[in-house]
Design a protein around this ligand. Structure first.
Ligand SMILES: [Zn+2]
Length: 474
């Protein structure tokens, strides 16, 4: 086809626009800023919704969760000081039953899941009048990629319970919500995930001693630290059972995820840097809660994660804290509105009000949804590369560019890296830029003073790691 000069030059302009367009990246900004131009290397593997994960989530059964909770309640009490040897009543019977259930689900794993009783003697403590034996039940689903198998993700619930007094070992303490709900969710996740292969290792854990001072979880976290275990995330599921609060609010469509903003193990030097340039909203646990929120939006539509910017609720603590204190990223899952008539209460009717943590106040379908959010997040984490290490913003010069650097990831299937950023007032990462398989990158004309930046690794299947927040280095 013949074109006149005008048509030719118009076509050339059009082509130029079409070719140039993808290399412009307009930072989404509230404040007026210049559009930022980046060279965008080709080959960013797209984020996909994994069909295998979807199938796994569809297999999570409300009925199985209900059965586990009713069975745990049937032991009468699971107080950590209750009977260890009675086959019907007390924490010993509950622990044996749980062990047997995890062994059953491990049989579906092709030998990749092993189940272990981590028993230890707990000495006297404020809520331990005499030394007592405690047993963590730990099911480990070994990762299948040699360069990732030593990377761990831990999901936990506590199987002990209490009535009004934490040291009353005789009273009925059904603990249907606190925390048979979390325990049942962990067992159900182990059941549906056992048959699947993940690059990294997932630990499904149920622990006692939470009500006695986070004892089971502290023991595990301390042993992990001694063995220098690389735990990249820990989830505790504690009181995830009710969709109706004591305030009468009914919410079946959200879960709170609590994360600390400033790391419990922050050093004085890190505190100085943070006071200088910020970062109090960018702990590893906060990145974890962002990852969970994004993953839930992708895999559990019609259900949302409410990030809560605090380590835990007022007057309360949980099994994630011993992990945080040892430098491991950890978050807490808890229902949106609690009902204190059904926590830590002797079972009784008073003034026409039913007190006690009974199964009739638990919403099994709701727990299944929370388990899906957990399972999707664990699966995405364990399929993805590790978060980049030694991520830094280089501060050698006063400049309106941002110089980022990081260490190379070890994975064989690594495709490269993305730089992510957001306005300093934004709760979540809003932008990302594929930078290819490099270990430093300069964000031209984007000042580190105006944004928060992060780096994440991407594998060839498009699995994205947790975001690593850079430290300032000279
Ligand atoms: Zn609890």
């Amino acid at each position: 086809m013949k074109m006149n000069r005008f048509a030719r030059s118009t076509a050339a302009t059009l082509w130029a626009v079409l070719l140039l367009f993808p290399i412009f990246n307009f930072a989404s900004v509230g404040q007026a800023r210049q559009p930022v131009r980046h060279v965008r290397p080709s080959g960013a593997p797209p984020t996909r919704t994994n069909r295998e994960i979807r199938k796994m989530l569809a297999n999570i059964e409300q009925a199985k969760i209900e059965r586990t909770i009713r069975k745990l309640v049937s032991f009468g009490t699971r107080n950590s000081l209750s009977d260890q040897n009675n086959p019907q009543r007390g924490i010993g019977a509950a622990s044996e039953w749980l062990y047997g259930e995890f062994v059953k689900v491990s049989q579906n794993s092709g030998g990749r899941m092993t189940v272990e009783k981590q028993t230890f003697e707990q000495g006297k403590a404020p809520r331990i009048p005499e030394p007592v034996q405690m047993t963590n039940i730990i099911a480990t689903l070994k990762g299948t990629m040699p360069d990732s198998a030593n990377r761990y993700y831990v999901v936990s619930g506590h199987y002990d319970s209490m009535c009004t007094s934490p040291t009353d070992a005789k009273c009925d303490a059904p603990g249907a919500n606190d925390d048979a709900s979390g325990t049942a969710a962990v067992l159900e996740m182990a059941r549906v995930m056992a048959a699947h292969k993940f690059d990294a290792t997932i630990v499904f854990m149920t622990v006692p001693g939470e009500e006695q001072g986070l004892l089971g979880s502290t023991h595990f976290a301390e042993e992990a630290k001694k063995q220098k275990l690389d735990i990249e995330a820990m989830f505790t599921n504690d009181i995830i059972g009710s969709s109706v609060g004591g305030n009468g609010v009914r919410d079946r469509k959200s879960i709170r995820v609590f994360s600390e903003g400033v790391q419990s193990n922050e050093t004085p030097e890190e505190a100085v840097a943070r006071r200088g340039v910020g970062g109090e909203n960018d702990s590893t646990s906060r990145q974890l809660s962002r990852f969970i929120k994004e993953t839930a939006a992708r895999y559990v539509p019609d259900f949302s994660v409410s990030m809560v910017y605090r380590r835990d609720r007022y007057l309360r603590g949980g099994d994630h804290i011993p992990f945080l204190e040892r430098g491991y990223p950890a978050v807490r899952f808890t229902e949106p509105n609690e009902n204190y008539n059904h926590q830590h209460q002797n079972v009784r009717i008073e003034g026409g009000v039913q007190y006690g943590d009974l199964p009739e106040f638990v919403d099994f379908g709701y727990i299944a949804q929370v388990a899906r959010v957990n399972a999707a997040s664990l699966a995405c984490l364990a399929l993805a590369p590790t978060a980049p290490k030694s991520v830094a913003i280089v501060n050698k010069r006063l400049t309106n560019d941002t110089d980022l650097q990081w260490a190379a990831n070890p994975e064989m299937d690594l495709a490269g890296y993305e730089v992510v950023w957001r306005d300093t007032t934004s709760p979540v990462w809003t932008n990302s830029l594929w930078v290819g398989n490099v270990n430093n990158f300069t964000m031209k004309k984007m000042s580190k003073d105006n944004y928060f930046f992060g780096v994440r690794a991407v594998d060839r299947d498009g699995n994205r790691s947790l975001v690593a927040y850079p430290k300032p280095v000279r």
